[in-house]
Design a protein around this ligand. Sequence first.
Ligand SMILES: Cc1ncc(COP(=O)(O)O)c(C=O)c1O
Length: 394
Amino acid sequence: MRLEDCRADFPITRDLIYLDSAATSLTPKPVVQTMVEYDLRYRANVGRGVHRLAAVATHRYRDARDAVKSFIGGEDGTLAVTRNTTEAIGAVVAGLAWQRGDRVVTTLLEHHSNLLPWLRLRERGVAVDIVQPDADGRLDLADLEAAVRDETRLVAVTHASNVLGTVLPVREIAGICHDRGTRLLVDGAQSVPHLPVDVADIGCDYFCFSGHKMLGPTGTGGLWMRRPDLEPLFVGGGAVESVTAGGYTLAPGEQRYEAGTPPIAGIIGLARATAYLREIGMDTVRRHDERLAARLIDGLAALDGITVMGADAETERIGVVSFTVRGMHPHEVAQVLDEAAAILVRSGHHCCQPLMEHLGLPDGTVRASTYIYNTEEEIDMLIATVEELSRRIV
Ligand SMILES: Cc1ncc(COP(=O)(O)O)c(C=O)c1O
C-alpha cells in the first residue's frame, strides 16, 4: 500500500489536523472492520469451548497474537497480552522476586509509567539509580554503564522519548547489560509504532508496548519476554494445565500469562494494525516521520520566540517535536491551535515531570507528533499558525 493512499482510511483526518499520535494514534477502517467482524460473525470465548464459534475465535485469536509477536521480531520469546505499556511494565515489577539491596537503573527521560513503578520499589528496599541526560536530552552511555553495579537486577529504559522524539541506542545498552549480567527492560511504547523493531536483534529481556499508539484499539498491549521467567500477574481460568483442590500447574508459554478472558477483538484488531503497517512498510513509516519532523523543526526553529527542544539534526528521531512559544503557556498554545486552525497537539509535561524539571520547563512544552496519515501541508499549516501566534505576542 502506498502511504499517500492510506489517509482515506482515517476519517478524522478530513476535518482535523491530528498531531497527537504519540498520545494515541488514529485507527484505520480495516482495523475497525476486523474487530466488528469478530463481534458480529464469530464472537465466542477462546481456549475454552469446543463448539464451532469457539474453534474459529480461538484459532483467529492465537494467530493474531502470533502476528503481533512476529511484528516485533519476537518469535523466539513469549508474548503476554496486556492492556497497555503501563500494565506490561507493572507485570515485570510484580513478576520478579525482589530482594532488599537489589538495584534498578533507569533514566530521567522516562515516561512516568517507566519511572513510578521503580520508585515504588524503594519501599521494598530496592535502590533506584536514575541516569540524567544532558541539557538537550542526550544520554551518555558511559554514565549509564557507570550506574550499573553488581547489585543491579534490571536496567529499564525507553526506546524513544515521548517528549523529545530521540531514539536511544538500546542495542548498545543491551550489550552493557549482558556484560554486567543484568537484565534489560525496553519501553517500546513510542518505538513500535514508528520504527522497524526487532527484539531479538536488540537483545533485551523484556519489551513493553501499547496497541493504541500503533493504529490498534485501546485496551491492548504486550509484554514480550525472552524467557517466560516472570510470575504471572494473575492466575485463574485459562492459564492452567491442571488443577486439584491441593494446587495447580500453570500452562506453558503464553497461556500461563492469560488468566481470564483476554481482549479478543482487541488483539485481532491489533494484528490487523500490524498487517496494515507491514503493507506500508516500517522503513517507509520511519522515513515519513523523519521527513515531517525535520520539516517541522526547521520551520519552527526559524521563527522568533520559538524554542525547539532536542532539535539536534544528528540525532535519530521519531516524529515527535516539542517546542515552546515565548510568553505563552503550552496549554494556551494548544488551545489556540485547535480553535484557530483545527490543529490538535498535546501540551504540558507529557507524563515526564522530572524530565521537564531537568530541562527547566516547569510548564512543559507543546508537542506535535506525526504518523502515517499526516502530510507536509499539515506541517506547513502548523508552522504558519505558530508564526502568526508568535507575531501576535511580540
Ligand atoms: C514512552 C512511553 N512509555 C509508556 C507510556 C504509557 O503508555 P500507556 O498509557 O499506553 O500505558 C507512554 C504513553 O504515552 C509513553 O509514551
